[in-house]
Design a binder for this molecule. Structure first.
Ligand SMILES: [Zn+2]
Length: 290
């Protein structure tokens, strides 16, 4: 994406993985080629291939205000062991160098926010140092939704993403770097959290509002733009499928045609856009810059 400027605030991204192709039947439960065809005028070519593969991305957002540098969602990370997920195991990418190029060298990061604690959102919280997982950002406070942390604290070995909770979340807490917050926590006047539960019980979004321009970094409220046309398509990892469907409809109703920029965690480049009304439903208008 091109850097987005909203009044006093800029937002850019650093891509760890993508664009990658994903089978729609695997990711979007109940999806069909016929249904995708209904939306192909706005899904192709950036989000859907002619072979009906979904184009997706894993990235971190860099939000820079006059006072703070804030990272949102922390991808898979390097050197992690993720069992059957070969793509996420033993990764070795120049993510930190790319972050520095994007204006966020590790020692200058003030806040890290994982919208939720799935393994593709917490990885870079920690890095391997002499065989131990240590916080990657030494001067940052890691914001954690109390509700989300509570949910994961009750998981156990073998549960999905419990391994990443152990190597990418607990070391941050043990180092005293975690700040447990409510789902409407205010970071500064123009930047605050907003509840976005459903995909996980304590997921939060980051809301940015500056000089009448607004953006919402909504994590995994949705994974692919096709879900804007088909809000009832869940993914296999939605903890509360019915709640997620309702949360999506509420979100689209609230933000459609408002000009609010929406920045989900897995939309392929340009990764930012707006929700617009279309017929009796909604569509995605990708934002490529002015
Ligand atoms: Zn995700």
């Amino acid at each position: 994406m091109k850097t987005l400027t909203l009044g006093n605030i800029t937002i850019s991204n650093v891509v760890e993985m993508g664009p990658m192709q994903v089978d729609h039947k695997y990711l979007l439960l109940g999806s069909t080629q016929e249904a995708l065809d209904r939306h192909k005028d706005w899904l192709m070519p950036h989000f859907l291939t002619p072979e009906y593969k979904l184009l997706m991305s894993i990235h971190t957002y860099v939000v820079r205000t006059k006072r703070h540098t804030i990272l949102v969602d922390m991808c898979f990370g390097n050197n992690k062991q993720r069992g059957a997920n070969a793509r996420a195991t033993n990764m070795n990418t120049p993510f930190l160098e790319n972050l520095a190029k994007a204006g966020a060298p590790a020692d200058k990061v003030d806040y890290v926010l994982c919208t939720h604690l799935h393994n593709d959102h917490v990885g870079w919280n920690t890095k391997l140092q002499n065989g131990t997982w240590v916080p990657t950002f030494p001067n940052a406070q890691y914001l954690m939704s109390k509700k989300e942390y509570g949910y994961w604290s009750a998981r156990k070995e073998g549960d999905f993403s419990y391994d990443s909770f152990v190597d990418s979340v607990l070391p941050v807490v043990e180092a005293g770097k975690a700040l447990f917050v409510e789902s409407d926590f205010v970071i500064e006047d123009e930047v605050r959290l907003e509840p976005a539960a459903g995909h996980t019980p304590g997921q939060v979004a980051l809301k940015v509002n500056s000089k009448k321009k607004e953006a919402v970094l909504c994590g995994d409220l949705m994974h692919h733009p096709a879900q804007i046309g088909e809000p009832d398509w869940n993914i296999p990892y939605d903890v509360d499928p019915a709640g997620t469907r309702q949360a999506r409809r509420d979100f689209f109703t609230k933000y459609a045609d408002t000009g609010t920029f929406v920045l989900p965690a897995h939309f392929s480049d340009p990764t930012v856009g707006q929700i617009i009304s279309k017929g009796s439903g909604w569509a995605w208008r990708a934002y490529f810059g002015d």
